[in-house]
Design a protein. Structure first.
Length: 209
């Protein structure tokens, strides 16, 4: 029987992870971008078992169109490319801005608010509803671990669904991944530089077409 696979991307976390793993901090902000569908297809096929990728879920914060019009427009152009695929389900939440932005204190910056909660909720609820057989989460945010633990508990009780994780990996570097204690252990799909080279997206979305 073919297992239905849904891949969940914590996009900003995964993007920043790619920058840390494969790039230098001074390189263009387009470095670290990736094609979520291409990466999800690779991860889903990285198994000896028969699997079908049924959905690619992308979670990210969205800049405010009045506070950051350029960043908002760039994000929308990027999203439009992703949503050409029928596999993609995009979940966005408005960024939370420092008080008095842009005249705010040094060191403060817009940050995501509620994205981790939404990803955690969706990962768990979709598992409970039987909407996937294999749920694969790509993030290093430990706030997401409760969802993985919830699905692992379902696996212990009934065998399915199963939770897995994915993480970037580079030779000679310590690579971070999500893990939980107890059984079943989480299988990790390590994504190396060879795969990153195939799925990276070098488009500068800040440039108007």
């Amino acid at each position: 029987m073919t297992d239905r696979v849904v891949v969940f991307f914590d996009y900003q976390n995964t993007y920043m992870g790619a920058r840390r793993t494969f790039h230098q901090s001074w390189e263009s902000w387009s470095c670290g971008q990736f094609d979520p569908v291409a990466l999800a297809q690779h991860i889903a096929q990285d198994s000896p078992f028969q699997r079908e990728l049924t959905q690619v879920r992308i979670y990210r914060g969205l800049p405010d169109s009045t506070k950051q019009p350029g960043a908002y427009a760039a994000a929308r152009r990027q999203h439009a490319g992703w949503e050409l695929s029928p596999l993609v389900h995009l979940v966005t939440r408005p960024l939370k801005y420092p008080q008095n932005y842009p005249n705010h204190q040094n060191g403060e910056r817009p940050r995501e608010k509620g994205i981790d909660v939404q990803l955690t909720l969706d990962f768990a609820v979709m598992a409970a509803r039987g909407q996937y057989d294999i749920g694969i989460m790509m993030s290093t945010d430990t706030d997401l671990k409760p969802a993985l633990e919830f699905v692992a508990d379902l696996t212990r009780k009934s065998g399915k669904p199963r939770a897995e994780v994915a993480a970037w990996s580079a030779e000679g570097q310590h690579s971070r991944r999500l893990a939980i204690s107890g059984k079943p252990s989480l299988y990790c799909h390590w994504v190396g530089e060879d795969v990153y080279a195939r799925v990276k997206d070098t488009t500068d979305y800040a440039k108007t077409p």
